[in-house]
Design a protein around this ligand. Sequence first.
Ligand code: ADP
Ligand code: MG
Length: 133
Amino acid sequence: MVGLQGSGKSTWVAEHLAGTHVVVSKDQWPNARRREARQRRVVAEALAEGASVVVDNTNPSPADRAPFVELARAAGVPARAVHLDVPLGTCLARNDARTGRARVPPVGVFSTRARLTPPSTAEGFAEVLVVRD
Ligand SMILES: Nc1ncnc2c1ncn2[C@@H]1O[C@H](COP(=O)(O)OP(=O)(O)O)[C@@H](O)[C@H]1O
Ligand SMILES: [Mg+2]
């Protein structure tokens, strides 16, 4: 998954992938150190067991996504990017409407926006799906 905080990634995953994929997110370990390494390990283990996996993070840059493209390649399965291409203002409004830990400081959304590069097949994805609403 690729998209700003509040773009609707987790909702999309729940509607389209939760029945068929192991859902992995760094949000599962909010306080752990080395969450990225831990997440890569969990993805690798699920792939090794033959499961399909979705990584439900913002994944804004090619550098963020490259480890997962590589894990998929190593496992011999295609990698697909799903980009929730939702306007910044919509994401900020949805974020603002949340409560508790689900609401992040707006600066976090701006920061992700500044780093966001749309995913491309040039990164090794077999397919890029753009979702707009
Ligand atoms: N297509 C949509 N239209 C309107 N609201 C949505 C849509 N998708 C998600 N939302 C709402 O926006 C908020 C953020 O959605 P969420 O899926 O948690 O985003 P993300 O996982 O990208 O942070 C939630 O309150 C959710 O109910
Ligand atoms: Mg989410």
